[in-house]
Design a binder for this molecule. Structure first.
Ligand SMILES: *Cc1c(COP(=O)(O)O)cnc(C)c1O
Length: 382
């Protein structure tokens, strides 16, 4: 009999979600407005400690609305980290804007400050100052918050923080989701907490929050009829799904603890295995949620075992793992846009693998994972 599938990262429901969903039914607020949305936003604001939260129906919508709020329009250039999920970059094209892709640095795997500044200088020289810097906290690791902020301020370019993967992470004690001029979160099924599908945009002021809600609800103006002078979107979160979010917020800290425990599990598992390094932050200022634990495999040191060898071996045992995000500048749809850097992203992509990291994995799951990996690397546990 085939063993149960071990997923990379699957939804992990707490205890109260159904209670809040029931409240939406009981009060008949089966709509993108209602008490669950207000409460979920408040929970997030308290958790982040900074900023005004608007709940939306996806992280992608949050990024798109972020670009709109920051004034990106057709023909503008937007700087974007290349090593990321396509949902970071696609909204740039929704706006008819031009993505300028930037390499990662090796400490956080996120936006490289050196390549970033080089790109800004070159774009300005070519006649156009980039409109926004889209920085991602990949796999829950904060980007180089201070270095990127210094550059952003120096050139007067706002930051759109994509923390879709980083709720529960922090840098110097400050929460991810609060570093951008505008920031985005995701609550998709695979993320650290989920509303089945959903997202949030975080803005600095109440006025910007009101503007986000206005645009996310079809840009309906105050009039007895439907009056529109701007393009609107249907991006608001459902009050039913916000009920799931409220329940998930109650267990967020536990979920983060479990993910960090999985990271520690892999550190111990790979101790002494040559050619495999588990991602580790450069210093203790970085406090990731370790949404996904990633490893780099150097086949010249593992006797030829590659990231793909490991992925296929795990798959044989019905265990899901996944290569890192394929860099955007290598994607067919994005290959014609400018790229600045030294191909760190390529190296990471070629060597990297994300391992099962869910907060709901059992001891038995961990034993199965461990046995496959230890056997593959021919190391006997003792
Ligand atoms: C998941 C994700 C998104 C998109 O969020 P959705 O809620 O799935 O639309 C954007 N950026 C990154 C880095 C992500 O991982």
């Amino acid at each position: 009999m085939k063993k149960d599938k071990i997923w990379l990262s699957s939804p992990h429901i707490g205890g109260s979600e159904q209670k809040y969903v029931q409240q939406a039914f009981d009060t008949n607020w089966i709509a993108p407005v209602g008490a669950n949305i207000d409460a979920f936003e408040l929970d997030l604001e308290n958790y982040l400690g900074d900023g005004h939260v608007t709940a939306l129906n996806s992280g992608t919508a949050a990024i798109h609305l972020g670009l709109v709020l920051l004034g990106v329009s057709a023909g503008d250039e937007v700087i974007c980290q290349s090593l990321t999920f396509s949902a970071s970059a696609n909204p740039i094209l929704y706006q008819g804007a031009i993505p300028i892709f930037i390499d990662s640095e090796i400490d956080t795997w996120n936006l490289c400050p050196v390549a970033l500044e080089e790109a800004i200088i070159d774009r300005i020289k070519k006649g156009k100052k980039p409109k926004v810097i889209l920085a991602v906290a990949l796999y829950g690791v904060p980007y180089k918050v201070e270095e990127i902020r210094i550059i952003a301020n120096k050139y007067g370019i706002p930051i759109l923080e994509d923390s879709a993967e980083a709720l529960g992470s922090s840098f110097k004690g400050k929460a991810c989701g609060s570093f951008g001029d505008v920031s985005a979160l995701s609550f998709n099924g695979s993320k650290i907490i989920t509303t089945s599908g959903g997202g949030a945009i975080i803005t600095a002021t109440k006025a910007l929050k009101e503007r986000a809600i206005f645009l996310a609800t079809q840009a309906k103006e105050n009039a007895p009829h439907y009056q529109h002078t701007e393009v609107g979107y249907n991006y608001r979160m459902s009050n039913v799904l916000a009920g799931i979010g409220r329940g998930q917020m109650e267990v967020l800290d536990e979920r983060v603890d479990s993910r960090r425990m999985m990271h520690q599990f892999y550190i111990e598992l790979f101790e002494g295995i040559k050619g495999v390094s588990v991602y580790k932050v450069p210093n203790e200022n970085y406090c990731p949620n370790y949404w996904l634990t990633s490893i780099l495999i150097d086949p010249t040191e593992t006797g030829g075992i590659t990231n793909e060898t490991v992925r296929l071996k795990l798959l044989e045992e019905n265990i899901e793992s996944r290569s890192l995000w394929k860099p955007m500048h290598l994607q067919p749809i994005y290959s014609n846009y400018p790229y600045y850097g030294n191909n760190i992203t390529e190296t990471l992509f070629n060597k990297g693998l994300c391992l099962p990291s869910g907060s709901n994995l059992s001891d038995e799951d961990r034993a199965r994972i461990k046995s496959v990996l230890i056997n593959l690397f021919k190391k006997h546990d003792n």
